[in-house]
Design a protein around this ligand. Structure first.
Ligand code: C2E
Ligand code: CA
Ligand code: CA
Ligand code: CA
Length: 281
């Protein structure tokens, strides 16, 4: 370490300024993106493992940037949360996901509707009149409340304020179901499973990754599935990529699964073709 004191700053500052500038640029871009409707949804099937049927879809947002191309959510959701832009983005995602799902359900047998899962950020839970938003998205799309799943991360449930609990209870009272996303990765104790009106546990991909070859991962995964059964919750295994993982999970009586093994997140057009295969001429 030859340089010390203010020289250290001389080295550090340009990159900081650069990243700050990039940050500002991206923020301005994001504001424009909301005004210009540059967001798109992808839909990934959630499959009933016992029958191989598609039981639902998860809506996943993408940003089609005019110069930079398709930007994945992890590259802009954090900034969107920081700046509050997640509020209009999340509102669009919810309305659009409900609209699409209702459209697909109208083409299916009435007794067997798909459900659609939407990711909710903690910022939305704090700032948005969620019950009003959800009920208006359901009303305008015609999607029945039982067909909507709201996915929350464990970190959101660490917030034990009564207010948060009340807000979630009010949304649930509409008839929508709540899922815990990335289950097993959070810090919190399992106590929130008793406090929060959760319906579905989504087992994080990190467990599923090793379920076929690491005994500890298999034990944890099977343990989570059994916990879900004991609490009468549905379990969804996330990130299933191969047949080995699938057979472990099926043997363990995991109810539902999602992952590239079944399908990647698909454009609405590709999902339409998967759900309703165009008949050959
Ligand atoms: P998530 O909710 O855990 O979504 C699952 C992510 O895993 C998706 O990434 C999906 O494409 C990916 N995935 C699914 N199956 C596989 C697999 O078999 N292998 C691998 N390697 N990956 C798989 P994506 O679409 O990039 O989304 C990343 C995260 O961004 C999501 O994680 C979610 O936390 C967040 N996100 C996506 N859409 C929204 C949204 O509309 N609102 C909010 N607040 N967050 C969103
Ligand atoms: Ca999710
Ligand atoms: Ca997840
Ligand atoms: Ca995740």
């Amino acid at each position: 370490e030859a340089k010390k004191g203010k020289d250290q700053y001389a080295v550090f500052e340009p990159s900081m300024r650069e990243s700050f500038q990039r940050h500002l640029e991206m923020e301005a871009d994001l504001r424009r993106a909301v005004l210009r409707h540059e967001f798109q949804l992808r839909f990934q099937p959630i499959v009933r493992l016992a029958t191989n049927e598609i039981s639902g879809l998860e809506a996943l947002v993408r940003w089609q940037h005019p110069e930079r191309g398709m930007i994945p959510p992890l590259d802009f959701i954090p900034l969107a949360e920081e700046t509050g832009m997640i509020v209009p983005i999340g509102e669009w995602v919810l309305r659009e996901a409900c609209r699409q799902a209702a459209g697909w359900n109208a083409q299916r047998e009435p007794g067997n509707p798909l459900s659609v899962s939407v990711n909710l950020s903690a910022v939305q839970l704090e700032r948005v009149e969620l019950t009003e938003l959800v009920s208006s998205a359901l009303a305008e799309s015609g999607l029945p409340a039982q067909c909507l799943v709201i996915e929350l991360t464990e970190s959101l449930l660490v917030d034990h304020r009564q207010e948060t609990l009340d807000r979630l209870a009010a949304v649930k009272a509409l008839g929508v179901r709540l899922a815990i996303d990335d289950f097993g990765t959070g810090y919190s104790s399992l106590a929130y499973l008793r406090r929060f009106p959760v319906d579905i546990i989504k087992i994080d991909k990190s467990f599923v990754d090793d379920v076929g070859d690491v005994p500890a991962a298999a034990a944890l995964t099977l343990g989570i599935i059994q916990l879900g059964q004991a609490l009468q919750l549905s379990t969804v295994a996330e990130g299933i990529e191969d047949a080995g993982q699938l057979s472990e999970l099926t043997d363990g009586n995991c109810e539902l699964g999602q992952g590239y093994f079944f399908a990647e997140p698909l454009t609405p057009e590709a999902m339409q073709d998967l759900l309703f295969p165009p008949t050959a001429a």
